[in-house]
Design a protein around this ligand. Structure first.
Ligand code: ATP
Length: 307
């Protein structure tokens, strides 16, 4: 489970850390991340954002610092070309979230290297690289404040008009406009309770506003009702368009749409290809499809529709 809060530009860390604190047993990780954060160099004005958004892992090997005996990633290599949609699938514990943690610079690989736009991560500014990435987590947690602020956090300084445009693209405008206080509605722990699908669309609006070159999407495992699912999927398609997208995928529809699927098992990429190619191979992917990936077409239609 990769449930760090963000859904947008990753240049600001207090929220990530406060959300991590809510994750059971995350203390050690918080310390590690704080350690990383403190090392982050002060920003020198405007961030040097990535141009194309190409991502490459080359022979990456990794173990968590606290568990040197457990190799979590082993010789992992792949390239995501600018604008490509890559789905990561594999059983629980295979290392999918760890790939995201390395891309976000929370940890450094002990073997191999990561490249963005052909440049080694080691030679790039951590803050700038993170600013080029957007993360939509599985469980979206909103902070206490208005909907306007929650979306606007994606790009500090954005105008209300820009925020509304992003909300429209994320299929969120309609439900927001239906609240008596519309964009001024307070959400978060003391505010109005939004449904899972509505929270996801807020996070998508935030990410659209942030306009990152690279998108890391940890797809929700919990099923939404069919109407909400459709609105979220539409919003996600909009968000992914033209961006390099890496998706930890749980839905069959998502992997079918991916340009390439990487099947991770015990920290290795055991198969890679399109859905059709991998189904023909009759191997690990086919087993996952038959046992694990959720087919949205079979989602309960009986649940009340949400808009
Ligand atoms: P899931 O689908 O269940 O989220 P995953 O494929 O994303 O699984 P990871 O979360 O990347 O898998 O975990 C890979 C391995 O690394 C697992 O064995 C896990 O127990 C271990 N692991 C994950 N986070 C840490 C950590 N902070 N410290 C030590 N070990 C960890």
């Amino acid at each position: 489970l990769f449930s760090i809060f963000v859904g947008a530009s990753l240049s600001s860390f207090p929220e990530i850390i406060s959300q991590l604190q809510k994750t059971a047993g995350a203390t050690e990780r918080i310390q590690e991340i704080l350690g990383e954060t403190l090392e982050e160099e002060p920003s020198s004005g405007r961030p040097q954002l990535l141009d194309s958004g190409e991502v490459e892992l080359r022979n990456v090997g990794f173990h968590y610092p606290s568990r040197a005996d457990v190799r979590v990633l082993n010789d992992v290599s792949f390239i995501a070309k600018p604008g490509e949609r890559i789905a990561l699938v594999g059983p629980s514990g295979a290392g999918k979230s760890t790939v995201f943690s390395l891309l976000l610079g929370f940890y450094q690989a002990q073997q191999g290297d990561i490249f963005f736009d052909g440049k080694s991560f080691k030679d790039l500014s951590l803050a700038d690289t993170r600013s080029s990435m957007g993360l939509v987590p599985q469980e979206v947690l909103l902070f206490g404040g208005s909907i306007l602020e929650n979306i606007g956090y994606g790009r500090p300084g954005a105008s209300k008009e820009e925020i509304i445009t992003a909300a429209k693209q994320a299929n969120a405008h309609e439900f927001i406009a239906n609240f008596p206080e519309a964009y001024e509605t307070t959400v978060g722990p003391r505010g109005i309770k939004l449904s899972g699908g509505q929270r996801q669309r807020i996070a998508i609006a935030r990410a659209i506003l942030a306009n990152p070159k690279i998108l890391l999407l940890d797809e929700a495992t919990s099923a939404l009702d069919t109407a909400s699912e459709k609105l979220v999927q539409e919003a996600l398609s909009h968000l992914m368009h033209g961006r390099t997208s890496l998706i930890i995928a749980h839905r069959l529809s998502t992997v079918r749409d991916a340009d390439r699927i990487l099947v991770l098992q015990n920290g290795h990429i055991v198969e890679s290809g399109t859905h059709d190619e991998l189904m023909l191979r009759d191997g690990a992917y086919r087993i996952l499809v038959e046992t694990q990936l959720e087919s949205t077409s079979t989602l309960a239609d009986s649940q009340p529709a949400e808009v």
